[in-house]
Design a protein around this ligand. Structure first.
Ligand code: GRF
Length: 200
């Protein structure tokens, strides 16, 4: 059974979707840790309710980004997971961390990459006026939201939408896509070939 660890900064609804998928047998994994940079993250409550160990690396308590990242890296190494799942981790991971876990880190992004990278992807899509957006699960490399794509789902933008309604609709799809990508990883069915991910 693969060991996975989730890295999250906030409410953790994607984390919850992963917990639920493991619990109901859809994902053959053990969640060995929740790692967060935010001591107020609601994700911590979710971890506690499910008996998942928490590691808080409180960004605010470090003198610099470098020192914070060193602590985060040490924690990730200590957790010793086969896969790190970024699920609403709201910071950019430094190169030293990305390099330490090649092919072992995935991220969920609330847009159809390569469109609308970075923060507030749903707002970017809504303001741009696209008729279709969606979500993407991808491997993490040193680029911003640019690693090899594992799965995507399309989500229509409706005439009646505002930014929140669109974000909510996308989120429902994230909750399907992320556990599915983790399942494929845990079944050893993802092969990275350059920019592409082959799903066996
Ligand atoms: C999600 O939209 C995710 O795609 C983005 O941040 C949000 C996190 O939501 N990276 P939650 O914390 O999983 O509820």
């Amino acid at each position: 059974m693969k060991r996975i660890a989730v890295v999250a900064s906030g409410r953790g609804s994607n984390f919850q979707a992963v917990i639920d998928a493991i619990r109901n047998g859809k994902v053959p994994a053990e969640c060995v840790a929740l790692i967060t940079d935010n001591p107020k993250a609601y994700a911590l409550e979710r971890a506690k309710m499910s008996g998942i160990p928490c590691r808080i690396i409180d960004y605010a308590t470090f003198p610099s980004r470098e020192v914070y990242e060193r602590a985060l890296l040490a924690t990730m190494q200590d957790v010793n997971a086969d896969l790190f799942v970024l699920a609403g981790y709201m910071r950019i991971l430094g190169a030293s961390i990305v390099k330490a876990f090649p092919g072992k880190m995935i991220n969920i992004h609330p847009a159809l990459l390569p469109a609308f990278t970075g923060l507030h992807a749903q707002r970017q899509a809504f303001q741009y006026g696209v008729k279709v957006s969606g979500c993407t699960v991808h491997f993490v490399d040193e680029s911003l939201d640019g690693g090899p794509i594992i799965l995507q789902q399309c989500v229509p933008v409706l005439e009646t939408d505002d930014e929140d309604a669109l974000a909510e609709r996308i989120l429902m799809h994230e909750h399907e896509c992320l556990p599915e990508a983790i399942r494929l990883f845990c079944e050893d069915r993802l092969v990275i070939e350059g920019r592409k991910v082959r799903v066996l």
